[in-house]
Design a binder for this molecule. Sequence first.
Ligand SMILES: Nc1ncnc2c1ncn2[C@@H]1O[C@H](COP(=O)(O)OP(=O)(O)OP(=O)(O)O)[C@@H](O)[C@H]1O
Ligand SMILES: [Mg+2]
Length: 337
Amino acid sequence: MLDRPDAAVLASEPHDDFRNGEPVSDRYTIAIELSDHSWVQFDTAQRSWGLDHSSRLLITVLFVLLSSGLIASVASRYLARPVQRFADAAETFGAGAPAVPLQLSGPLEIREAAAAFNAMQERIQHLMDARTEMVTAISHDLRAPLTRMRMRGEFIDDGEQQRKLFRDVDEMQAMVEASLAFFRLDGQQEEMTRFELSELILTVVDDFRDIGQLVESPDLMPMVYQGRPLALKRVLTNLIENAVKYGSRARVALKAQNSQVIITIDDDGPGVPPTLLAKLFLPFFRIEVSRNRATGGFGLGLPSARSIIRNHGGELTLENRQPHGLRAIVLLPMSPK
Ligand SMILES: Nc1ncnc2c1ncn2[C@@H]1O[C@H](COP(=O)(O)OP(=O)(O)OP(=O)(O)O)[C@@H](O)[C@H]1O
Ligand SMILES: [Mg+2]
């Protein structure tokens, strides 16, 4: 290279000792001896950006931490989104809404779990549909023998026995009709439309007032809602009917809070023993004392109301009021599922 095959060439790594045991440099260095015995030294450039070693180290550590944090958050969001969709679907279906299959996306394990969830949801939906069909069929098929029993009753000579038989047959017929209406309602889906909720409430309230019932609805604020108006009208009718039937008067209120619509129906009646509150939502459940002619009914008002509200992605609950009375609370999401 320099026409000096015997020229000395020295190379060092950071912190290498050479030449009198002194560290030459803390970088990679090459030194070549020239013919006049002077040395020319090459070393690698080092960018310090005008910062000392510890600041550079700190910046490097911060950069590594930030970038790994960023990667972790992107990855966890990628994993969390399908899990969130799972949770939402399970909650909606669990609340009684019709089964909607989950979209199969995301990592393989999540896709497999979603497929298993969809299969399970479909099986449960089939079971529920089969149950509804069976009860509807039984109720339907009971109509004919009941009509025959009524006709045969005409031949009973004992007037007292005939009257009792007719009363039982009438009651069974009414029960069959109520069951058919309940299960038909469960299956049919009314279209979602936008309507004025406060006006719908007022219509129901007016219907009750027209037949002389005490129903108040002070200052209902106007609210446009997207839902199934006929079904919601049925819910309001059932709840107000209960309030006036078991509590003699009803007060209806409407408000919006945290992207939810809250409708409350209060009465000043005796309320319900706390242990029975949850049972009132079971079909045909009635509290024993109210099982009389004056308050007749089959215990289908609350279960059908809850089923409609859950179909809107909402919830219907009951709680006792102080000092006495019952409050029915309807929670509806602003944007129903
Ligand atoms: N506001 C209320 N105060 C006290 N008890 C109530 C009230 N609402 C409902 N209940 C009790 O809950 C039971 C079930 O109510 P639900 O509306 O489901 O059926 P129902 O009113 O008996 O009959 P229907 O099918 O005609 O509505 C009632 O029989 C009654 O005992
Ligand atoms: Mg009722």
